[in-house]
Design a protein around this ligand. Structure first.
Ligand code: SF4
Length: 59
């Protein structure tokens, strides 16, 4: 299920993906929780936030 977008940032997360629905000014994420993929990644480049959602996607 899609996480709730909170009114305040999730202080445990820094994120620079400013095209995400959950992004907040100051490189913050307002998602209640996030999920990171994939399993068995071997480098930083291989990992991605699976909770990302385009800002302009129809909801
Ligand atoms: S959901 Fe993921 S990509 Fe989107 S702002 Fe939060 S951490 Fe960044």
């Amino acid at each position: 299920m899609q996480p709730v977008k909170m009114e305040h940032p999730n202080e445990g997360i820094k994120c620079v993906v400013n095209s995400c629905y959950y992004y907040m000014i100051g490189d913050k994420c307002a998602a209640e929780k996030i999920e990171v993929h994939p399993r068995n990644a071997n480098s930083v480049e291989e990992t991605d936030c699976a909770t990302f959602k385009p800002e302009n996607e129809i909801r």
